[in-house]
Design a protein around this ligand. Structure first.
Ligand code: BES
Ligand code: ZN
Length: 457
């Protein structure tokens, strides 16, 4: 719909330059050339190579919150901000993490020497019983015979919750689960409150060999989980601040964020090394550009654990600061080659200052950007404090989302650059010293039409 409108307007000659399609509608389209001059200060300085290289560096290792991988990333981000000339703060906070303790399995009283992994949420305990293979553990497959036994389950098809519940309801005393076809490793598995039998994951190869063994003999298993439970862990937000030009301070603040943590075991090249690189690039190019607005560039920890870093940051803002923050831009997953178009998400599905600025900047840099409704990232805590906020992300998502395959080779330098340019232009429109005065002049970018889009994720 949006692209059609753009081409009709172009055909009607409403857009007067050969510059990228612009769907400026009401008020009358401003001068295109001036639009570009307006943004060039930022866009010309953005380096696609720098953007890409930072993603490469950050995605060398997983950055799960609370791990050394996160800490290394935090130190790198801080060092970069400082190298660009920013005063940079590390904001530590604690969160509850799962510690699987010591899991162990015995097969016929012989210690199993393969890799074992405690299910997240498993109770501690030790059980010894015959093992019964129950396939995928659907209700059809699980019979009363599993009572008093250790259930050997294949991962896949239904949720962890259902699998565990189905065997638990029939009286199983322990769980060994192996990966489904095409899945590697054994870092998986959840049990929930009330499902109080020890549960351990093994890899597919080990699982299939047990299945084979069970075809010819009874196998006695021993499943033990010791010292599992939640522990306090520390994660960090990294915050770099640029004060406005002294004589032109409007008192206004704009925040630009991404999350630096990844899921466990995932390199998180797109989620969200891409956004971190975008934040760093904008910090770099805006470092020496005078503004009338305070800019705060920040990367959050423990986003993947439940937006914990951004909730922490938002909770530290005073009422006065909240009133002064005019906009929060969140860049999350901005570089995937295999994802769809850029979209701006707000938690309530309403437009706000950030989406207005983003749509208009999009029209100047590439094409108008549409908006939709979604939480699921660090714009939520800002929104909940009443700050106009939006998430810049591509949808639908790539298939590599939250997987070990979220690697550098899936990153598109072009997408990474385009989103950074759009957010940079939007930020600069509000932060540059000659606005809002310029807003009444012919040279300032005007608003654009942009629409609600409920495309699937
Ligand atoms: N980058 C994603 C956000 C996202 C995922 C947006 C899918 C749109 C579609 C983010 O890192 C994430 O995975 N968030 C969690 C939510 C959070 C509360 C743990 C999610 O969506 O599961
Ligand atoms: Zn993310």
């Amino acid at each position: 719909m949006k692209k059609k409108a753009a081409s009709i307007m172009l055909a009607a000659g409403l857009v007067i330059s050969a510059a990228p399609a612009n769907v400026l509608a009401d008020p009358p389209p401003p001068n295109e050339q001036a639009d570009h001059a307006f943004d060039n200060k930022i866009i010309k300085k953005i380096s696609p190579d720098r953007l890409y290289d930072r993603v490469a560096l950050l995605s060398e290792n997983p950055r799960e919150a609370g791990t050394q991988g996160e800490y290394d990333a935090v130190q790198y981000i801080k060092k970069e901000f400082e190298a660009y000339g920013y005063e940079t703060e590390l904001q530590p906070f604690t969160f509850q993490a799962w510690d699987g303790g010591t899991p162990a399995i015995e097969i016929n009283h012989i210690s199993f020497d393969g890799d074992v992994h405690t299910f997240n949420g498993s109770v501690n305990g030790s059980v010894e019983a015959p093992i019964e293979h129950v396939g995928l553990a659907t209700t059809d497959e699980v019979s009363d015979s599993v009572k008093g036994k250790i259930a050997l389950i294949e991962r896949g098809s239904i949720s962890f919750y259902e699998k565990v519940q189905n065997v638990y309801d029939k009286g199983a005393v322990g769980i060994i689960m192996y990966n489904g076809a095409g899945q590697s490793g054994n870092d998986f598995g959840y049990t929930y409150e009330g499902q109080d039998i020890p549960a351990i994951a093994i890899n597919r190869e080990a699982g299939l060999s047990l299945v084979e063994q069970l075809q010819s003999e009874e196998v006695i298993g021993n499943v033990t989980v010791e010292d599992a439970g939640t522990i306090d862990q520390t994660s960090y937000n990294v915050i770099a601040t640029m004060k406005p030009h002294k004589n032109k301070d409007t008192g206004q603040i704009v925040t630009i964020g991404a999350h630096h943590d990844s899921v466990a075991g995932g390199p998180g090249a797109n989620d969200d090394a891409s956004g971190v690189s975008g934040v760093l690039e904008l910090a770099k190019v805006l470092a020496k550009t005078p503004t009338d607005t305070e800019l705060r560039f920040m990367t959050f920890g423990a986003e993947e654990k439940g937006l914990i870093g951004s909730y922490h940051y938002a909770s530290t803002l005073s009422e006065g600061e909240v009133d002064r923050i005019a906009a929060h831009f969140q860049m999350d997953m901005i570089g995937s080659r295999d994802a769809g178009d850029l979209i701006m998400f707000t938690p309530d599905g309403n437009k706000n200052l950030v989406t207005d600025l983003g749509a208009s900047a999009g029209a100047r840099v590439a094409e108008v950007v549409e908006y939709g409704q979604l939480g699921r990232s660090d714009h939520v805590p800002f929104f909940e404090r009443g700050i106009p906020a939006a998430l810049f992300i591509h949808a639908p998502l790539e298939p590599w989302y939250h997987s070990p395959q979220d690697t550098l080779d899936k990153i598109s330098k072009e997408k990474l650059t385009e989103v950074t340019e759009i957010v940079g232009s939007a930020v600069y429109q509000i932060a540059r010293p000659d606005t809002p005065a310029l807003e009444n002049a012919r040279v300032a970018p005007g608003p654009v039409h942009y629409e609600f889009d409920d495309r699937p994720l």
